[in-house]
Write a protein that binds this ligand. Sequence first.
Ligand code: FAD
Ligand code: SF4
Length: 465
Amino acid sequence: MPVKRVDKTPMPVREPGQRAHDFEEVNAGYCFAHAMFEAERCLRCQDPVCVDGCPVRVPIAEFMHAVAANDLPKAAEILRHANPLAAICGRVCPQESQCEMNCHMTKRFGPVAIGHLERYVSDWEMAQPETDEVKEPWREEKIAIIGSGPSGLVCAGELARLGYHVTVYEALHAPGGVLRYGIPEFRLPNKILDWEIKQLERMGVEFVNNVIIGKTVTMDQLFKEYGFAAVFIGTGAGLPKFMGIPGESLNGVYSANEFLTRINLMQAFEFPRSETPLKVGKRVAVIGSGNTAMDAVRSALRLGAEHAMVVYRRSEKEMTARIEEYEHAIEEGVEMHWLTNPVEVLGEDGWVTGLKCVKMELGEPDESGRARPIPIEGSEFVFPVDNVVLSIGTRPNPLLVKSTPGLKTHSWGGLLVDERQVETSVKRVYAGGDAVTGAATVILAAGAGKRAAEAIHHDIQTEAA
Ligand code: FAD
Ligand code: SF4
């Protein structure tokens, strides 16, 4: 469909073969001419395969059309309706393996920069004047949300929009889950998250921090004493895994979650002005190859490490981090040590001094479908390091399950849910996000929160009818 252009600014030219991400870096921060130019590249295909790649099915062609016509209020409305955390997803979604991977333009010209346009429109929305008006819930039922990560935030927003009283309980002293304590400011500024939370507060959502459900208050109390009609569990998968190798308890060894929480949530970089210390030496080894590992290693550089390295037992091909994060880490000078497996953390006087590793080669695929790493005999060597950060995965914390009779889990700790993928084994207790799937992505957690809100509304209204 032809688009009527309002602005006559000359359009920037993208070189043949230049990818959307390179292009944006050249034109860091879209102006509205760039945004319209990029949106006009969208072919508005009959079969919008990009939408199939988006877990919350943002109507991408309609959104592109609104941007290309410079109708930003409409673009923002389309986005917000499909994805309440668009400003966040525009920054952290792995678009290259979702919507942008499917884009028909990808093969010949490079995908339309869907994520960057999402970010551009959301940033425009954030800059608009706000009212202080707070909406009041108009239904009687109260819903409790446990955990304030993306699944909890989206579930809360959708239920508030439907008129329910919503209270979000968060164990930490600030809401946001991994968006606050895990993903560093250089990738996701806190002011974006604060703005999203403010929108929820304006919709009537109440946030109660420093409350651990299952310890401070039990699930039973939420129903019987507090009178909630339903509960959503969005407690994530924040319990770190360890390798079980000698030396892991030495000073200077951190799990990536602890390392990043000390920096992002506790502001350890300001110590002693902040209360939390973090001792980062000149040489830091991060074990793992996911987004968390890249965030930890890039944070180490910002805290003064002169040699920051990633140590991974498989090859670059099996790395699980977003390509964008990996490229940024390389640009910043992170050393990558592939096919290298740590076998012992070495220390002196209780502090880390080195990481003993063995070289690996790849064999046949294992149960995960990835090539099995096999140690090469006699290839042991030592990296002299001051810190070791373990980023080899996480699992759900069992605290709530242990204190809630009848709440069933898989053997690995993830909550069991019904065929709708929302209700747990306890009636009126719903769940979503990493607590159900294991460590996944922001948009999958957001999608689960949305699905659960719809189910909660449906079940409550069906029962009332
Ligand atoms: P979480 O975000 O984990 O939030 C759960 C919240 O529940 C936490 O605040 C926790 O304190 C609280 N809680 C837990 N138990 C209780 C309790 N008993 N009572 C009260 N509160 C409780 N995904 C991407 O898509 N892109 C990325 O770039 C990306 N980068 C990442 C970087 C890092 C460092 C990490 C750790 C993850 C990253 N992810 C990324 C994954 C993504 O952040 C998660 O999949 C997502 O945040 C999961 O959301 P959630 O709502 O399930 O839970
Ligand atoms: Fe793409 Fe993520 Fe936006 Fe969906 S939410 S359109 S996957 S960037």
